[in-house]
Design a protein around this ligand. Sequence first.
Ligand code: PLP
Length: 389
Amino acid sequence: MSNLMSNYSPLDVTFVSGNGCWLTDKSGKQYLDALSGVGVVNLGHCHPEITESIVKQAGTLLHTSNWYHIEHQEVLAERLCAVANMDNIFFANSGAEANEAAIKIARLFGQQKGIDEPAIITAYESFHGRTMATLSATGNSKVQDGFSPLVSEFIHVEFDDIEAISKHTSNTNVVAVMLEPIQGEAGVVIPEPEYLNKVKSLCEKNDWLLILDEVQTGMGRTGKMFAHQYNNLLPDLLTLAKGLGNGVPIGACLAKGKTAKLFTAGKHGSTFGGNPLVSKVALSVLDVMENDSVLANVDKMSQYIHTKLESELSNIPAVLSIRIKGLMIGIGLDDKLINTTKLMQKALDDQLLINIAGSTIRLLPPLIISSDEVDILINKIVQLINNSD
Ligand code: PLP
C-alpha cells in the first residue's frame, strides 16, 4: 500500500543511483537511460561538476527569498540573456510555472492595449503543463478532462498549419501565439522548416507576441541551445525548465523588447524561484555546456543515430517514420502491427528506459551519450521492435 496519490502509475523498479547515461536499481541491475528523466538530466546522472556545484552551494547558502538580491540569480540572468539574446528573466520552479508567467505577461500586454479579454492561440496536441492556465493552453482533452471550468481565451489550432493561425487575424482579442518549436509530449512532431518563421511574421504583422515553449526543446536538446535558433528568429517570450537545472527544479521565462517591461513590482512572484542553490547549479550547467562541447556531441551523435536507425529500422513494416532533431527522437510505429502499450515495460525488462507517446517511441538520451552507448541503445531498440507482438 502506498500513501501516494494515484496520479502516476510507475513501473515496478526503484533506482538508487546513477552515473552518466546509466541507472542502477535496488538489486544492482544497470539500465541505459534513453529518457534522461524526461529530458531533464541532459548532462547525465551525477555529472561531477554539477554534483560539486550542488554540494558547495548547499554548504554555503540554500535560500534567502526574492526580497533580497541573489547574486547567482543575477549572474544567471545575465548569462542566459546573453546566450538567448533576450532582455530579462523571471525564474520559476518548473516548466508549467515558466509558461504561467508567459501567459500572465501576454495578458498584461493585451490589457495595456485596451483588450479586456486577451486571447492566446495555441496548438492541438501541444503540452504546456498541468496548472489550470497551462492545462487550458494545452491542446489535449486528456489533460483537461475533469477540470472544468478551464481558464478561458485559449484558441486551439492545428500545429504546423499557418493558415489555421491566419484565420484568426480578424479576431481583435488575439494577443499572442504560443507554440513548442517541436511538440515533445505529442511524440516528437517536427513542423516544416519554415513554419516558425511564418508564424513570427504573422505575429509581427498583427502585433501579436510569439511565445515559444522550449521547456523540452531548449538547453541543447535539439543540437542548438534553443530550437528556434534553427529559424534565425527571436520570440517575444521564451520559456525554459527541464535541462536548465539538470535535475534541480528551475524554470525561466525570458522576455524581449515590449514584453520585458510588463512585470512591475508585485505583479508576479515565487518563493523558491531562482534561489541561490538552483541558480548556482544552472550556472554550472551553462559552464559544462560551453566547456565540454556538449552541442558538438549532440550534433555528432544525432547524425550517427539517424544513420543507424535508418539502416536498421527502415525495412521493418511496423516502423512508419523516424523523426529526429538533435537528440530528440521519435520512432513512429504502426499500432495495428505492434502493441505499443507494452513497449515501455518490455524495454525496462531489457534494462532500457524509453517513453511511448501515442504510437511513437520517444527517446531523449543524455546529451553526453557516447557512440558505444548509442550502439547499445540501437541494438536494444531493434530487438524491442522485432520481438514485439
Ligand atoms: N512545456 C513542455 C513543452 C513540456 O514538455 C513540459 C513537460 O513535459 C512542460 C511544459 C511542463 O513542465 P513541468 O512538468 O516542469 O511543469
